[in-house]
Design a protein around this ligand. Structure first.
Ligand SMILES: CC(C)(COP(=O)(O)OP(=O)(O)OC[C@H]1O[C@@H](n2cnc3c(N)ncnc32)[C@H](O)[C@@H]1OP(=O)(O)O)[C@@H](O)C(=O)NCCC(=O)NCCS
Length: 181
């Protein structure tokens, strides 16, 4: 079953704590941080306050940019994925990370969730005045590359990943954000 058009995409709330932490633990197997910068030492309320303040451009640590975290839920209320949106770029995000980063829980993959999250994030950055969104992914990540291309991504450059021993490279794509309704 495809999830196109049926997902609720929103910021995390108090009620999402258990599902979100479970998702974080699950996705560590993919070496992916479902809850960026969260550690088990941080109270959930503090974390969601920090994330939501970040979207408003408040309490941003030095060297960081305005950013937000959105989660996707299916019609049964199951958490299926998340997307991080960076409304600006800094030197580090220009090299790796870009404007948008998404992850989908294993049992919900191959049903269009990542494409839907990416399209949502493209509208977010467009509304913040970004005309071309930068997305990066590893050359070995076929799912992410396909997602980016389906969302209109155009390959700009390929860089070696310095810490890689197997020849993995990092791909950099730009996506025009106009007409993303
Ligand atoms: C990469 C990832 C986000 C894809 O999520 P998803 O919800 O399964 O992606 P979608 O269902 O929207 O698929 C988009 C396209 O990619 C294709 N695709 C997805 N995963 C694929 C895979 N493992 N191999 C080949 N194609 C794949 C889909 O078939 C679809 O193309 P199609 O419509 O032509 O069939 C997901 O596998 C994931 O969370 N991986 C771990 C975290 C990660 O890598 N995040 C991205 C960091 S850059």
């Amino acid at each position: 079953m495809s999830y196109r058009e049926t997902l609720e995409i929103r910021e995390l709330t108090s009620a999402d704590e258990q599902q979100a932490i479970d998702a974080h633990q699950t996705m560590l197997a993919d070496d992916f941080e479902f809850l960026p910068t969260w550690t088990q030492h941080e109270a959930w309320e503090d974390y969601i306050y920090r994330m939501n303040a970040g979207r408003r451009g408040e309490h941003i640590p030095p060297g960081w940019v305005r950013s937000a975290l959105f989660a996707a839920f299916d019609q049964g209320g199951e958490l299926v994925g998340r997307v991080s949106v960076r409304y600006e770029l800094n030197d580090s995000l220009l090299q790796y990370g870009g404007h948008i980063g998404y992850g989908v829980l294993p049992e919900f993959r191959r049903r269009g969730v990542a494409v839907q999250l990416c399209q949502f994030a493209l509208r977010q950055v467009r509304d913040a005045g970004v005309k071309q969104a930068l997305l990066t992914c590893d050359s070995t990540n076929v799912g992410s590359q396909t997602t980016i291309k389906k969302c209109g991504g155009v390959l700009d450059a390929e860089f070696p990943v310095l810490e890689s021993s197997d020849g993995t490279s990092s791909l950099r794509f730009w996506i025009p954000t106009v007409a993303k309704d």
